[in-house]
Design a protein around this ligand. Structure first.
Ligand code: FMN
Length: 336
């Protein structure tokens, strides 16, 4: 019997979970292949006896490029599939959304589960260490074991978060996937600790980072997936969330939203037209914000006098998270 596990892991939690699943399946006679997903990866041809899709939850949803990958899987024609998500606390509708994507490709999703591991997103507290880390990993590992028991049981169950959680998490997930994630990279900046090693650019799963200028510094494009691998795995913790960039982009967003509401109120006599015109202007200005404004901020932050201002951040004080032993370059989780 053959199983293929398709997975993405930004900082190693999902790779760890996949290791446990593969080990357990192999111990019971399965032949297991692991297929790491990054932006643009093509799925392998052929349909195994079991397809497993594993991914981290981002803003209560699967990563956008993992969903796109699943939509390119070979037509399932009723083949068996299972879904496993890792999260920091609660993935809400994320597992259900992946189940729907697999069903739409013709797969019969018979089991699903969610495993909570240490969070890699907050950066406003130190990540767990020592015993605390061991306990947090154990809790996640136990949830993964339950997922496999569930897959191999006579009455497999699927993870359900309940419709109330779907109601609030679905719109947020959509918003994050379409535009929110694009802004995350706009908030990042490399401080003076940066050694220009280029590891962030080399390990970015969607190639959203370029090294620019002299001395070379990373620059993030609007293609950013929001995985936080660069910020968590930088060997000298040089990547910060810039307070200046955060404030400028949030200020512009607030102004644009206020302008959009004002245009609707002013044009309420001809609401459909006002809505179309205001939304078109809003979208055009947002594109300018992500390109021209970001370029301007990039040029300003390269000036020695302004570097400290742009690099000022609360994230300088806190540690980063990487699952023990995780190396993206060894797990096949690099852009091709
Ligand atoms: C951008 C982003 C958004 C996240 N959103 C959520 C979330 O909505 N709920 C949650 O429980 N964890 C969330 N997390 C935490 C991750 O899902 C969690 O740490 C996961 O195990 C990371 O897996 P990885 O190490 O394989 O990348 C988020 C992480 C990131 C980077």
């Amino acid at each position: 019997m053959q199983a293929v596990i398709h997975f993405f892991s930004g900082t190693g939690n999902t790779a760890r979970a996949v290791g446990i699943v593969a080990e357990r399946l192999e111990a019971t006679g399965w032949e297991v292949a692991r297929h790491a997903i990054v932006g643009g990866t093509e799925p392998p041809a052929g349909i195994p006896d079991l397809t497993v899709v594993a991914f981290p939850i981002w803003a209560w949803a699967p990563p956008h490029f993992v969903l796109e990958y699943v939509r390119r899987l070979p037509e399932g024609r009723g083949a068996q599939a299972a879904v496993l998500a890792t999260c920091g606390a609660f993935g809400a509708q994320g597992v259900g959304e992946m189940e729907r994507a697999l069903r739409a490709r013709g797969y019969a999703v018979f089991a699903s589960g969610e495993a909570a591991y240490p969070d890699n997103f907050l950066l406003a507290v130190d990540p767990p260490a020592g015993n605390e880390l061991s306990e947090a990993l154990l809790e996640g590992d136990q949830a993964v074991q339950m997922f496999i028991n569930n897959c191999t049981s006579q009455n497999p169950a699927r993870f359900r978060c309940g419709w109330r959680h779907v109601l609030w998490s679905w719109p947020i997930a959509r918003l994050f996937r379409t535009c929110g994630r694009r802004f995350l990279g706009m908030f990042f900046v490399a401080d003076d600790r940066c050694t220009a090693c280029g590891q962030c650019a080399a390990t970015c799963p969607v190639r959203a980072i370029r090294m620019e200028g002299a001395p070379a510094r990373p620059r993030w494009s609007a293609a950013c997936a929001g995985c936080y691998r660069c910020i968590n795995l930088c060997p000298v913790q040089a990547i910060q969330i810039s307070i200046a960039r955060l404030a400028i982009h949030l200020g512009v967003n607030l102004a644009l939203t206020a302008g959009w509401v004002w245009a609707l109120v002013a044009g309420r006599e001809r609401l459909p037209w006002a809505l179309v015109a205001a939304t078109a202007v809003f979208a055009a200005l947002t594109v300018l914000q992500l390109t021209a404004l970001d370029g301007l901020l990039g040029a300003l932050e390269r000036r020695p006098a302004l570097r400290r201002f742009f690099a000022a951040s609360y994230t300088q004080r806190f540690g980063r998270y990487r699952a023990p032993g995780f190396r993206p370059e060894q797990s096949g989780a690099l852009s091709r």
